[in-house]
Design a protein around this ligand. Structure first.
Ligand SMILES: [Mn+2]
Length: 320
């Protein structure tokens, strides 16, 4: 990583303005990495702007500087640097900004195996999380990791490793976590904020969604469906439901779990999880989506029943 670090360092030192961009449907890693990187830049004397087309999910709004994240860029505004975090492809950034128009130099920092290296500088490594790369950058710059930065990095780390349960968890991940704890964070307080702040309607919606559980004949694929009608009944947003798919994967024998979410304006989102044998990144890519081998997603503009039919047919083509 040192070669890219050198180039990134030069870019950070010469830039006078920077925009950090997260991906659509941002998760803990993209928001945490974005905010931690902002603190690195700030330490270097560069105050960045932050862009996320889908804003910041409520659960991550306690993070320091989350209130600085905007979902628009002023027209004609252009930055010396645009840094994308946790996004494998330009399409994942949304369609309201055109990278080549808003930035002179694009730095792509990501850990997805299907990253398209769309940046002028690509810092792409298969680490546990993008946050692990941001952490390494902070080290490279010899910056002190303060409590605020540690909070952002820790949220990214636990959400992308499923609380240190997924295969991407390594010795480095734990060493990094140890250092974040040394920086003064309370892991209990953060976990509570991330995992223990669900509302009663949300749990009722979970129950309703669980009630839709279906499986393939051999029970190796299982899925649940959340319609607009269900979301409206419980006044929840579909982003609050992503964790549901992990429960579906937790069924013994299930190799592929799916969550079908009906959004507004005819959009349907599908989240995939796999246990051991199926590469769900490949399946998502068939539908112009992407992600990791064991966690991926895709977006559709078709009725939910049609989406389900073709996605399930595709999944069943993959031996598990
Ligand atoms: Mn990530």
């Amino acid at each position: 990583m040192s070669d890219e670090c050198k180039r990134i360092k030069r870019a950070f030192e010469t830039a006078e303005s920077a925009l950090i961009v997260s991906h659509l449907d941002p998760d803990g890693d993209s928001i945490g990495s974005m905010l931690a990187l902002g603190r690195i830049l700030s330490n270097l004397g560069l105050e960045a702007d932050y862009y996320s087309e889908d804003g910041v999910p409520k659960v991550y709004r306690f993070l320091p500087w989350a209130d600085r994240v905007c979902n628009r860029v002023a027209p004609d505004k252009s930055y010396d640097l645009v840094i994308t975090v946790d996004a494998s492809d330009i399409k994942r950034l949304g369609n309201k900004i055109v990278l080549s128009e808003v930035g002179k130099l694009i730095i792509n920092i990501d850990h997805h195996p299907d990253n398209t290296n769309f940046g002028s500088i690509n810092c792409v490594h298969l680490t546990s999380s993008t946050a692990e790369l941001i952490y390494k950058l902070a080290k490279y710059f010899e910056l002190k990791i303060d409590t605020e930065m540690a909070k952002c990095l820790y949220v990214a780390l636990i959400t992308d490793t499923g609380n240190f349960r997924y295969e991407n968890t390594s010795k480095e991940t734990f060493l990094m976590a140890a250092e974040l704890i040394e920086a003064g964070i309370s892991t209990h307080e953060i976990s509570t904020k991330i995992y223990d702040t669900r509302t009663v309607p949300m749990i009722k919606l979970f129950a309703a969604a669980m009630g839709t559980l279906e499986t393939s004949e051999n029970q190796k694929a299982a899925w649940v469906t959340v319609t607009q009608e269900m979301l409206q009944k419980y006044a929840c947003r579909s982003e609050q439901l992503v964790g549901l798919v992990d429960h579906i994967r937790s069924i013994a024998g299930v190799e592929v779990a799916m969550l079908f979410r009906e959004e507004k304006d005819g959009v349907v989102k599908v989240n995939f999880r796999s246990k051991d044998k199926v590469n769900v990144s490949e399946i998502a890519q068939k539908f112009n989506g992407g992600g990791h081998v064991k966690a991926s997603g895709a977006v559709f503009h078709e009725p939910i029943e049609a989406v389900k039919a073709k996605v399930i047919a595709e999944v069943l083509r993959h031996p598990s």
